[in-house]
Design a protein around this ligand. Structure first.
Ligand code: ADP
Length: 446
């Protein structure tokens, strides 16, 4: 019993531990780009299966070779969920996965709930601890969904689909096909939760599972908003015996923006189909706070509010952040390139964006798009700290500085978390020096 593990980072290491516990001999390749494929024929023929990291490209030569040898290729998600007991709720989409996953977990929380997947907690790390009454809430990415086999969530939610990761999936259809795998093994006992406001997710027709929708705009069969209240409509009376439930008020939510309302509606659908009572949902909603790096308020400096949205690693999430602003805002944009067009960031109207500060590898591409759409107040910065400083100088009291890069972070940082922490650190440093400056000014005036 031999398994080849391709990719030996967090989820790879966790998968390896579980595999060894199960009695497999594990052969590890940490970087598939560095190996000579000609040396692997004999090894491939001796394998039970391959566990591949989501970071490995689908056209990797070792995967192509493995396919020729007819070897099953699965991901850590598939391996972990094969050993998971109880109910699994899986959440996917281009944006909002982490927020919604944490929300669902917050709503259902007990001493037998688990959270994992793409949130940075490998399913293999806790699967053996689950039992028949456990509930696992998992964020699942398109990369993870590429390598499933029997993966079958009891509840599968699909939030939205907009262009992203096109350097990996090549086409939107490939990207969608990977995401659709979330429903592939569902049965009539399972639930699919779909966003009725997103053209792509609204048109999905899962073949077997029961479908509920969520919408911030329409009265759907599922969760919707009317007169400041959140309702759940159930035409088949499967979940709500009366056909309609009043669940909570929009004012019970502590998150910025309509996109987050949409995430909340999705989370409520997931919680209700798992049997949670509306009163419990309402109470727990009130205590949920934004997840770090997602429209997270950092601090105020002399009346200017700083918001860290480092997780805005694509265009649509930055556009949502722009839409969520309620005051004049200077936005800091830029990072590493994912091959998408920036037009939507600049042709977006109406908007409270007063200034654009551009930085990073995509600076020139962003500048071209800003010029194309006739934006005037566009400024260039050579680093994150000079961007923060500049954005602050451009802002007046009562305004926001929003760090929502619309790009990945790999040009200057290890990941978006490090980038967000760095932003918060720079802001706090600036606050200290500004407070000192203001104090000293007062002293010299005396
Ligand atoms: P994901 O895990 O899918 O990347 P997050 O919850 O981490 O989602 O949010 C990522 C970014 O997308 C953040 O900048 C956030 O403000 C934005 N965002 C969150 N939910 C949505 C949504 N439903 N639609 C668009 N953007 C969203």
């Amino acid at each position: 019993m031999k398994v080849l593990l391709i990719g030996y980072q967090k989820s790879g290491k966790s998968a390896s531990k579980l595999l060894k516990k199960l009695g497999y001999k594990v052969v590890v390749i940490d970087d598939d780009r560095k190996i000579d494929i000609n040396n692997y024929g004999r090894l491939l023929d001796s394998l039970s299966f391959i566990v591949v990291s989501p970071a490995v490209l689908p056209d990797s030569p070792i995967l192509k070779e493995a396919e020729k040898h007819n070897i099953k290729i699965i991901g850590e998600l598939e391996l972990g969920t094969q050993y998971l007991k109880g109910n699994l709720i899986a959440i996917t989409g281009t944006n909002g996965k982490t927020t919604t996953t944490y929300l669902v977990e917050h709503l259902l929380k007990s001493d037998n709930t688990f959270i994992g997947g793409n949130v940075g907690i490998p399913i293999t790390s806790f699967a053996p601890k689950t039992n028949d009454d456990s509930i696992t809430v998992a964020e699942v990415s398109s990369f993870q969904l590429m390598h499933i086999d029997k993966f079958r969530p009891h509840v599968a939610a699909f939030l939205n689909l907009t262009p992203d990761h096109l350097n990996y999936h090549k086409t939107m259809q490939d990207y969608l096909n990977a995401k659709l795998n979330i429903f592939a093994n569902q049965t009539q006992q399972d639930f699919a939760i779909l966003n009725a406001d997103d053209a792509i997710t609204a048109s999905i027709r899962p073949t077997k599972s029961k479908v509920y929708y969520f919408s911030t705009k329409k009265r759907v069969n599922g969760c919707f908003v009317s007169g400041g209240n959140i309702y759940f409509r159930d035409t088949t009376k499967t979940i709500a015996p009366t056909g309609k439930l009043l669940v909570a008020k929009v004012s019970d939510i502590n998150l910025l923006g309509e996109h987050n309302l949409s995430n909340v509606l999705c989370a409520i659908c997931c919680a209700l189909v798992c049997g949670l009572k509306p009163q419990v949902i309402k109470e727990r909603l009130k205590t949920f706070k934004p997840v770090e790096h997602r429209l997270q308020y950092v601090t105020d400096i002399d009346g200017v509010s700083f918001i860290n949205d480092s997780k805005a690693t694509n265009i649509s999430s930055a556009v949502c952040a722009i839409d969520s602003m309620t005051k004049p805002t200077t936005i800091i944009l830029g990072g590493s390139d994912k091959g998408c067009s920036f037009d939507d960031v600049f042709n977006h109207e109406p908007t409270l964006i007063k200034n654009y500060v551009l930085m990073g590898e995509t600076q020139a591409k962003l500048l071209d798009a800003a010029k194309k759409w006739g934006r005037q107040n566009v400024f260039l910065a050579s680093s994150l700290s000079s961007a923060v400083e500049l954005a602050y100088r451009l802002s007046s009291r009562g305004e926001n500085v929003l760090f929502s890069p619309a790009c990945a972070s790999f040009d200057m940082f290890d990941n978006y978390e490090q980038r967000g922490k760095c932003f918060c650190g720079i802001v706090r440093g600036l606050k200290k020096s500004e407070n000192n400056r203001i104090k000293n000014n007062k002293k010299t005036q005396i």
